[in-house]
Design a protein around this ligand. Sequence first.
Ligand SMILES: Cc1cc2nc3c(=O)[nH]c(=O)nc-3n(C[C@H](O)[C@H](O)[C@H](O)COP(=O)(O)OP(=O)(O)OC[C@H]3O[C@@H](n4cnc5c(N)ncnc54)[C@H](O)[C@@H]3O)c2cc1C
Length: 378
Amino acid sequence: MLWTCRVLCPQAGPSAGGWQPLSFDGGAFHLKRTGELTRALLVLRMCAWPPLVTHGLALQAWSQRLLGSRLSGALLRASIYGQFVAGETTEEVRGCVQQLQTLCLRPLLAVPTEEEPDSAVKTGEAWYEGNLSAMLRCVDLSQGLLEAPGPTGNILMQLKMTALTSTRLCKELTSWVRRLGASWELSPERLAEAMDSGRGLQISCLNAEQNQHLQASLSRLHRVAQHARAQRVRLLVDAEYTSLNPALSLLVAALAERWNRPGEGGPWVWNTYQAYLKDTHERLRRDAEAADRAGLAFGVKLVRGAYLDKEREVARLQGTQDPTQPDYEATNQSYSRCLELMLAHVSHRGPMCHLMVASHNEESVQQATKRASRLRCV
Ligand SMILES: Cc1cc2nc3c(=O)[nH]c(=O)nc-3n(C[C@H](O)[C@H](O)[C@H](O)COP(=O)(O)OP(=O)(O)OC[C@H]3O[C@@H](n4cnc5c(N)ncnc54)[C@H](O)[C@@H]3O)c2cc1C
């Protein structure tokens, strides 16, 4: 899968010092043929139709049964797959990226591995090892795509933790993180030590099988980070559900202990913060200050959040407090506050602090470029 991002660079010439609004003039559409634009319109309209989103997997299974896997696969490739996937071969991906580069857009490649939080399908280590191999290949592809790494030297890749470790273990870890708080038993330093040494880690609150899976997961994470660091690719870890996020953040913090140290040229491992959660601004402030105190580089992908309906449904079913902001406006305000906070840190810490404004929202992007220009972050 491919996301694009635009890198903000220092302005030269007569406009230096003055903020110029980014123009969203639809330039990207000139790169597309009429057929591709029509397909985009159809696919995006379909994606906005809730029954299709809810029953998408069932429909896919039906179409495979009725049409056979070849025909249904061809249909999928010509529609949804064609819209969202950069290509099936390295050459196709390269062509797509080169086209986007003409608009100063840069790629953020993602290995598409979706797993529902309670999926019981993937139990053995083989599925996770297969994902590890795909991620190592994706690091190489990300590194090899760009002829020049661009003004900030950033090559970015998405990393989905639950492709390398089970959601079941993440849920268990989350419940212990919440119970134990900041204890040595589940500290980033302890996990980082286990990642580095590869020695068997024994967490007393986990059973033997869980400890074994945790050690295997740490080893996979270590291998991806090590390879990404060697290839100078930055790993942006996805935020997922609140039932998993504390565990994911613990694993990111463990990776950061090792790979975001001063002198490494990092941050090589970034975390994602979802502004639609009520506690995000406070967590972001705490984490940014902690990284500053520890002298660690800090990388943040700031998003609004993708799991609104599910978060609310789970809270309703469990009778717990809804963790999300009450409405869209409150999420926008939270996003804006997080943005201000992070830009102040970027301005204060320079290259030790990186921020990605991961949003399609024009207002947020304009706010970011305007404030960044005032604070001289770009
Ligand atoms: C590069 C990239 C990486 C991403 N990575 C992640 C990730 O790791 N984790 C993740 O969760 N998402 C991720 N997303 C998706 C992101 O969280 C948003 O769902 C998506 O980008 C839409 O938000 P927006 O800011 O672009 O636009 P907008 O259309 O302005 O905002 C839509 C968002 O507003 C919020 N919202 C809408 N209605 C309400 C309401 N009634 N109450 C409260 N909030 C509301 C929701 O978060 C919704 O997604 C990523 C997006 C991009 C572009």
